[in-house]
Ligand binder design. Sequence first.
Ligand SMILES: *Cc1c(COP(=O)(O)O)cnc(C)c1O
Length: 223
Amino acid sequence: MSTISQRLKTLQATLPPHVQLVAVSKFHPVETLQEAYDAGVRCFGESRVQELNVKYERLPKDIEWHFIGHLQTNKVKYIIPYISLIHSVDSIRILDEIERQAARQERVVDCLLEVHVAQEDTKYGFTPPMCLDVITPELVKSHPHVRLCGIMGMASNTDDDELIKEEFAQLKHLYDVLREGVMKNASHFNRLSMGMSHDYLIAIEQGSNMVRVGTTIFGEREY
Ligand SMILES: *Cc1c(COP(=O)(O)O)cnc(C)c1O
């Protein structure tokens, strides 16, 4: 058995059945993804449009591709034809562009709003109050080619498990408020994407149903 298939097995044994695994393959070569594919992986997460396009072209067509990085408006159109889920909608500007391109290409694209709760400074993502402000029936109505399926977030990059837990709990709370509120009648609003290699077990404990794991499967990335 290859190292990747062994690591996958070990990882999958820790995932409850309701949790979807997104194998984060950014910076790894096509051959490595093929190895994971051969071991059963059908859902990969990438963070750069050009790299994703190359991998999409070269790998089997039954793969679900997820976009997890910061998306630039001028690149949206290249992934619209085949993307399964965009986790990283971090501004209204990008949401508008996804709507525009999806309409032109006659697709409805599944998206998650990226929510910022971690302590690191970042220019990307909505704060929870912004998120509650922004998601309205009017927004949903004015973006018919975008299907809002949930939220995505990251915890602080720290060894402090209590802090990580608290941040994931904040995301879960926001998700529940939206689900029981403005998105109540949207049965597809059912994805809470949180948890990476070092914190996915805490994320699952706090209610994640989609984890984005790279290093644990593929080893360290070479940038
Ligand atoms: C790179 C990345 C991951 C995966 O991180 P690992 O620590 O390698 O598991 C998950 N989510 C996002 C948004 C990322 O950019």
